[in-house]
Design a protein around this ligand. Structure first.
Ligand SMILES: Nc1ncnc2c1ncn2[C@@H]1O[C@H](COP(=O)(O)OP(=O)(O)OP(=O)(O)O)[C@@H](O)[C@H]1O
Length: 123
């Protein structure tokens, strides 16, 4: 493999390592991300326990991935806003609240879908 191919591969691996750094630092600093991670692990455990179907697994995995990704994006918005201003600013509030709203909408729908999948199995 030429040096160009090697440097492209190195850049690719490095970008994974930066992404992993972002996940680790968010996990360490964000209580909500920790809580959502634990909930996602519990949901996956329940999915194994109740032998959900393949389609249900796809939905659950999609929800877990979406929830954790949105939490990370929310953290990114919070960090960026804090970087831009330490002062109170209506736009800072609007940005943070909109990001939090996105997480809330996804979380509520994830809970509803989770209940639709699991309640019939629990009963
Ligand atoms: N610079 C600011 N200007 C105006 N309002 C802000 C500003 N920073 C935060 N807020 C408001 O305060 C709320 C809480 O902000 P904060 O930065 O504490 O976020 P958080 O959701 O508590 O996250 P974390 O504690 O993980 O940083 C925001 O949703 C927003 O409404």
């Amino acid at each position: 493999m030429g040096s160009k191919g090697r440097s492209e591969r190195e850049r690719f691996i490095r970008s994974f390592s930066y992404a992993w750094d972002g996940i680790k630092s968010t996990f360490r600093s964000e209580r909500n991300f920790q809580i959502h991670t634990v909930i996602c692990i519990l949901v996956a455990a329940a999915a194994f326990f109740y032998h959900i179907t393949l389609t249900e697994w796809l939905i659950i995995l999609f929800l877990i991935g979406g929830m954790l990704s949105l939490e990370l994006m929310n953290t990114a918005v919070e960090r960026l806003v804090d970087l831009v201003t330490a002062e109170y600013h209506p736009l800072a509030k609007a940005a943070k609240d909109a990001a939090a709203g996105a997480v809330l909408i996804y979380a509520v729908l994830a809970v509803i879908i989770g209940l639709i999948i699991f309640i019939p199995k629990i009963l």
